[in-house]
Design a protein around this ligand. Structure first.
Ligand code: FCB
Length: 489
């Protein structure tokens, strides 16, 4: 027995525990813009999120990621925290504008050095790194080039951005490929395309359904170019994936109208990414639903689908909450932010309803059956393809008590329920390779600013003091033992 196995055996009694596979990755996830700060240091230039957050009215209370949680300077302390808690994996993202400030040309070595040092520190702490190449921080220069720049601009609505991404992926792979085995190309391209260019609640804040669909295709193409670049640079053992926020969509009633609403949302919410990535095609119904918004024949060029459908080794799944829809009626919030413009091109008429279950501080309903259903679906569609849950978690109204602790019992219950669902899926034969809790630290929650706390470590934003919450201790024990109790009571 290795020392780690010994520890696992000693800490977890044989009974009353759900045991996970020995090589299961237990981690937390973060992203660059949400935690790093240091937005003008070491050659970094603005991303679309810097511009967006500095635009009045776009982010709650005018919060920005300028300082965030200062991880760019406190990364050693943050890795030490993970080590102390006993985490075995960590998902972080690389900031494109730190590596390639204009989105083209040679890498800025100081930018890459930050990630080299971070990864070395993780490896020294026995923590497996999982690198995300793109978590929404497109160099602003690729969206709107500054005068005299050579880029075309247009962000993800133009094809060139996918080609730029392929080049950027090569640079990062060249720098980190000898030490990072797990990679995900894009985080939640649905959000980048449809919140960024459809509803406009995310950067760059544009609101054109046709442009949003173009962005979706170019993000898919970027994934394909990224996979090709990573394959070319990395050893054969590399594990490549893309992280999708698949929507578990349920009909309000059994009526054909509501079933049709599910089909439409599934097409533009899920299959627009799943089908090209897993099967090298766009589904006919999606093309039909959106034919009035974009010329697909012109958008998808010969060779694109083969590139996008290149084999991946794992699928990244981000899951928070299911959706309930109907074909007509008054819509409540779809949980993707308020806007007069729909993030669902071709399905604008679909109404969203409050799913059952308790709500998190985001007003997202808590329902681990949605996670289980998505895992089963992926397994059915692609048996044998390992799934990594690259995000799952909840926002709570956390505060530090006078005794200096954060009693986030709801988060423990949430993680426990979702890990139990994962365990059942594994028992049923779904190859789930890991679970990454969103998030390590309280951080900049996009358009909500610092008002929503997802961390298992509390951050007092004015002082940047880190306080592990009760959930961090609970989750750390799960990581160290490779098991969770069957019941929390
Ligand atoms: C996901 C994002 C992540 C975080 C969580 C709460 O959609 O990928 O950055 O904001 O939601």
């Amino acid at each position: 027995m290795t020392e780690v196995q010994d520890r696992k055996a000693a800490e977890a009694p044989a009974d009353d525990f759900l045991r996970f596979p020995p090589d299961f990755l237990w981690g937390t996830a973060t992203s660059a813009y949400q935690i790093e700060g240091a937005v003008a240091e070491d050659g970094r230039t603005p991303s679309i999120w810097d511009t967006f957050s500095h635009t009045p009215g776009k982010v709650n209370r005018g919060d920005t990621g300028d300082l965030a949680v200062d991880h760019y300077h406190r990364w050693r302390e943050d890795v030490a925290l993970m080590k102390d808690l006993g985490l075995s994996a960590y998902r972080f993202s690389v900031a494109w504008p730190r590596v390639q400030p204009t989105g083209r040309g040679p890498a800025v070595e100081r930018g890459l050095d930050f990630y080299r040092a971070l990864v070395d520190e993780l490896l020294a702490a026995g923590i497996t790194p999982l690198a995300t190449l793109y978590h929404w921080d497109l160099p602003q220069h690729l969206e709107t080039p500054s005068t005299g720049g050579s880029a075309a601009g247009g962000g993800w609505t133009v094809r060139e951005t996918a080609e730029r991404f392929g080049e950027y992926a090569s640079l990062v792979a060249g720098a980190l490929g000898d030490r990072v085995r797990h990679w995900t190309t894009l985080n939640e391209p649905w959000c980048s395309a449809f919140l960024g260019y459809g509803s406009g609640v995310h950067a760059p804040g544009r609101t054109d359904p046709g442009e949003a669909l173009k962005a979706a295709h170019h993000l898919n193409l970027a994934h394909g170019r990224g996979v090709a670049a990573l394959r070319a640079a990395l050893p054969g053992t590399a594990q490549l994936s893309v992280s999708l926020n698949l929507h578990q969509v349920r009909p309000l009633t059994d009526s054909p109208e509501d079933q049709e609403a599910v089909r439409r949302i599934d097409a533009v919410g899920n299959r627009i990414f799943l089908s090209p990535v897993l099967r090298g095609r766009y589904d006919a119904d999606l093309l039909q639903d959106t034919a009035h918004l974009v010329d697909w024949e012109q958008l998808v060029r010969p060779g694109d689908l083969a590139a996008i459908g290149a084999p991946i080794d794992q699928l990244g799944l981000n899951y928070y909450s299911p959706a309930v829809v109907s074909g007509s009626g008054a819509s409540r919030d779809d949980c993707h932010g308020r806007s007069d413009h729909s993030p669902w091109p071709g399905a604008e008429h679909v109404a969203f309803h409050q799913p059952p279950g308790e709500l998190t501080a985001m007003n997202w309903s808590i329902d681990p059956t949605g996670l289980r259903d998505l895992l089963d679906r992926i397994h059915l569609e692609r048996p044998g393809l390992p799934v990594v849950i690259t995000e799952n978690g909840m926002a709570c109204e956390d505060y530090v008590t006078p005794e200096g602790v954060v009693n986030d019992r709801e988060r423990i219950a949430f993680v426990h329920q979702h890990l139990t669902a994962v365990h059942r899926a594994i028992e049923a034969g779904v190859p789930v390779a890991g679970y990454f809790l969103w998030s390590l630290l309280d951080n900049f929650e996009w358009a909500y600013g610092y008002a929503k706390r997802f961390g298992m470590v509390h951050v007092d934003f004015p002082t940047q003091r880190r306080t592990p919450k009760a959930s961090a201790h609970w989750y750390g024990r799960a990581c160290r033992t490779g098991a969770v109790p069957r019941s929390l009571s």
